[in-house]
Design a protein around this ligand. Structure first.
Ligand code: G4P
Length: 526
């Protein structure tokens, strides 16, 4: 197959949701449709239960399992679908943000009863920054939930999206009778007793037809007709271009658990979801169909075997054809390297591959030479942009608890930060190290891994910071004044960028008011 054809069949996406909305269940049902797994329950094992928030050993266990489910690839209707796993646990949100940079589109799962929840808001915000195309799946229609119109209003307002329903529920909870599939113009009926789809009425183009009353009863038929009238009047119809620009988001309704509405979602997805997209490097825009291979690392996974510090770097192919055993350039270090055992992830099994194409994710065995965000090319100096760090929520000094092991500690910290477990800031004033994390859980993970993988011990001490702000200044005098005033709170991140660790919302506000020629960014790329 030509490179163009390989590109045109690939669909690489992520499923995001607030924990418990049904992401795992939906993933599993999609894999069942794709024949990638044979039975329900296969993906569940990857899930870190909410109850386990303080049980990081559980997370350590899951870390091993989740290598296999990091990318789940399968073929469906001649398309090669790659689902990228995104951790549901909010303490690992930063992992999800990074994985989103490798997704060409996303499906957002929303619980019909709970509506838009905080984690959904954060994740969609990240997608909107990159104008990622979004499909919304409203889940758990077998339960009582919010009225369809209220819900899509809420989604539009809270998530800042423009929606276009491509299916519409007929009743809900006990009265749930199915959905009218606007995309395919057919009727899917559901039996609450058997909790499954009972029939599909194909080509039900005219909902004015009295036949509808025969299927769903007079009351529901009337309700559907008036809902459809309102939908036609108020919501835009589907437009491929607007969807691809992230400006219009199709909505589907269903119940992942009951396998209802999932086939319809997948069928539409494979038709409309974008193929691998061009990507910006600092130097230029790179197109997928360029003959030279290039890609970037968006995730690094430490191996489960603590005795060997080998890791897997997950690389998304952006352009050209990747080939096993060919010499490539690691553009940050300038070093050439070869991959003799690259892995691909099909049907949740790992296998060695000889070639990979744009949209594919390959696993590269790594012993510490890769960092998240690294670019690989044939020979061109390329540096892909777009993996920003976001301000952490928690900050603590990290101290060496075993003076004889300072080398091990530093190496361990360095490598864990390369993996993206947390962010490291070094105070300008005294070089003390501060670890910033999204969730408190990471501190335990770091301490445990330093001890078990690097034979080093650490202790923590609170550092009272509210947010980390990356500093951009248009005025040297102001920057000097600011630096001398706030020297206790100035640090460098891992890349040597200047960061202000604001101790409170108030002090950040004060700094912003006083230093009007300095911009305070809550993420590292601006
Ligand atoms: P997550 O990955 O987004 O965190 O959610 P997950 O799929 O694990 O689903 C969370 C809970 O919601 C699970 O129940 C799951 O069975 C249930 N669920 C998912 N889809 C539907 C649906 O369409 N209808 C209904 N009624 N429930 C749904 P649980 O009791 O927490 O877990 P389990 O014991 O079923 O594994």
């Amino acid at each position: 197959m030509s490179l163009e054809s390989e590109i045109s069949i690939r669909r690489t996406f992520g499923i995001i949701s607030h924990p418990d909305a049904g992401k795992t269940t939906l993933t599993e049902k999609l894999l069942l449709f794709g024949g990638a797994i044979q039975e329900a329950g296969a993906v569940k094992s990857n899930k870190v239960k909410k109850a386990a928030t303080s049980d990081f050993m559980e997370i350590e266990k899951q870390r091993g399992i989740s290598v296999a489910t990091s990318v789940m690839g399968f073929y469906y209707k001649d398309k090669k679908i790659n689902i990228l796993d995104t951790p549901g646990h909010q303490d690992f949100a930063e992992d999800t943000y990074r994985t989103l940079t490798a997704c060409d589109s996303v499906i957002v799962v929303i619980d019909v009863a709970k509506g838009v929840e905080p984690q959904t808001e954060k994740l969609v915000q990240v997608c909107r920054m990159r104008a990622t195309p979004i499909i919304v799946f409203i889940n758990k229609l077998d339960r009582e939930g919010k009225d369809g119109f209220d819900l899509i209003d809420e989604v539009e307002q809270k998530l800042g999206l423009t929606l276009c329903p491509l299916s519409w529920p007929i009743g809900m909870g006990q009265r749930f009778q199915g959905v009218y599939n606007i995309w395919e113009r057919n009727l899917n009926l559901y039996s609450a007793n058997n909790k499954q789809r009972i029939s599909e009425v194909t080509s039900f183009k005219d909902i004015q037809s009295p036949e509808l009353n025969g299927f769903v009863g007079d009351e529901a038929a009337e309700e559907l007709r008036s809902d459809m009238e309102l939908l036609d009047a108020v919501y835009p119809s589907f437009n491929q271009d607007s969807y691809e620009k992230g400006a219009l988001c199709p909505v589907f309704f269903g119940s992942a658990l009951n396998n209802f509405g999932v086939r319809e979602l997948l069928d539409c997805f494979q038709e409309i979801a974008p193929q691998p997209q061009p990507k910006h490097a600092e130097e230029r825009l790179v197109l997928p169909n360029e003959s030279d291979f290039s890609g970037f690392v968006f995730k690094i996974h430490a191996n489960i075997d603590p005795n060997h510090r080998n890791r897997i770097a997950f690389l998304k192919v952006v352009s050209g054809t990747f080939q096993r055993n060919k010499t490539y350039l690691h553009t940050r270090t300038g070093k050439p390297f070869k991959v003799s055992a690259p892995t691909a992830f099909m049907a949740s099994k790992k296998s060695t591959i000889d070639e990979a194409f744009p949209g594919d994710i390959i696993g590269i065995p790594d012993n510490g030479s890769f960092r998240i965000g690294d670019t690989v090319s044939v020979r061109e100096e390329l540096h892909y942009v777009g993996i920003p760090s976001f301000s952490p929520e928690h900050f603590r000094f990290i101290n060496n608890a075993d003076p004889l092991k300072s080398k091990q500690l530093n190496k361990g910290i360095d490598q864990l930060m390369d993996e993206g477990v947390a962010q490291l800031f070094t105070l300008k004033q005294n070089n003390r190290k501060i670890i910033g994390t999204v969730g408190a859980l990471q501190y335990e993970v770091i301490q445990y891994r330093l001890e078990h993988e690097y034979n080093a011990k650490c202790s923590y001490e609170m550092f009272p910071a509210f947010k980390a702000c990356w500093i951009e200044s248009f005025d040297d005098d102001q920057l000097r004044e600011f630096s001398s005033l706030k020297q206790r709170y100035l640090a460098e991140d891992k890349f040597g960028r200047l960061v202000f660790l604001a101790d409170s919302k108030f002090s950040l506000q004060m700094a912003q008011d006083k230093f009007d020629k300095i911009t305070f960014h809550l993420k590292s790329e601006f």
